[in-house]
Design a protein around this ligand. Structure first.
Ligand code: ARG
Length: 280
């Protein structure tokens, strides 16, 4: 750990994941997906099990939603909803191939007893495009989530929602180009419009800046508990940058899930409970 940075503290998290039982790539809705390339579903399950075990070994709670046949992308649980301070905003998918996932995840939250669950009016792909950083939500648009959805999120959560425009189709969701590290972030500037880059520089002058190679191995599709940062094992230079800032990077191989255009963060939806006093 670097001397200039304080020890980072982990806090216990609550995650929702979906086993990739029916994972395959038989349609193409992002540039990473190639239906001609074979997918090893058994290996995907094994890699995913290791991620779940890792979350658990770090002291986090992992709940599971039952996978549904015919919804191969359901493994990317992060897209299923956004939860802030106990309030759940359902997802509404851009592509018809994933449309049925929205209601399935919403039902899971209702069945789990969450009191505030809003069915989305506008297209939004959950934590794929909404990332909670402290008391702010960073919100992607450009490929999936529509700008009108950002105002809908702000009305539900009651915290500032800052819109960011993605411009590179390889980084079609915000969580492919930006990761939350407690109150800090790391991101790849090249994925954003010049104006959005300015906004990010202004809000997070101390952010870890990733280069294109780090972003291309999905190094930014990472999950942080305040101290540990789980990220694809190929992102070694990014791991070194994290270590230099006092974080504990943990690399993992999710090569099969990368074939669908997702990695660690995509597979991990965070359930953020209501702060003391319950939801406002
Ligand atoms: N095949 C999925 C899609 O294109 C991948 C989603 C990855 N999830 C994420 N949070 N970026 O929708």
């Amino acid at each position: 750990m670097s001397a200039q940075h304080p020890a980072r503290t982990a806090t216990a998290r609550h995650y929702l994941m979906c086993r990739p039982t029916y994972f395959t790539v038989d349609y193409r809705i992002n540039p990473w997906m190639d239906p001609a390339k074979p997918v090893d579903t058994a290996l995907a399950v094994l890699q995913w099990e290791r991620l779940r075990e890792l979350h658990r070994s770090l002291g986090h709670t992992v709940e599971l939603i039952e996978p549904i046949p015919g919804l191969p992308d359901m493994v990317y649980a992060a897209n299923g909803a956004t939860v802030h301070d106990g309030r759940v905003l359902g997802a509404r998918f851009r592509h018809p191939e994933r449309a049925a996932e929205g209601p399935a995840y919403e039902q899971w939250f209702r069945d789990a007893g969450h009191a505030v669950v809003k069915t989305a009016e506008y297209v939004n792909e959950g934590e794929g495009d909404y990332l909670v950083v402290g008391d702010r939500v960073l919100a992607g648009t450009g490929f999936r989530t529509e700008p009108a959805a950002h105002a809908e999120a702000q009305e539900l959560f009651g915290v500032p929602v800052t819109g960011l425009t993605l411009v590179d189709p390889r980084f079609y969701h915000l969580d492919t180009a930006l990761a939350v590290l407690g109150d800090e972030i790391m991101y790849f500037p090249g994925a954003f419009s010049p104006a959005s880059r300015r906004v990010l520089r202004e809000l997070y002058p101390d952010a870890i800046v990733a280069d294109e190679a780090e972003a291309l191995v999905f190094g930014l599709n990472a999950v942080c508990d305040g101290r540990h940062v789980i990220l694809p094992q190929a992102a070694t230079t990014l791991a070194a940058k994290l270590a230099a800032r006092g974080y504990e990077p943990i690399g993992i191989d999710l090569s099969e899930l990368l074939k669908g255009g997702g990695s660690v963060k995509c597979c991990t939806l965070e359930i953020r409970h209501a702060s003391a006093g319950g939801p406002r």
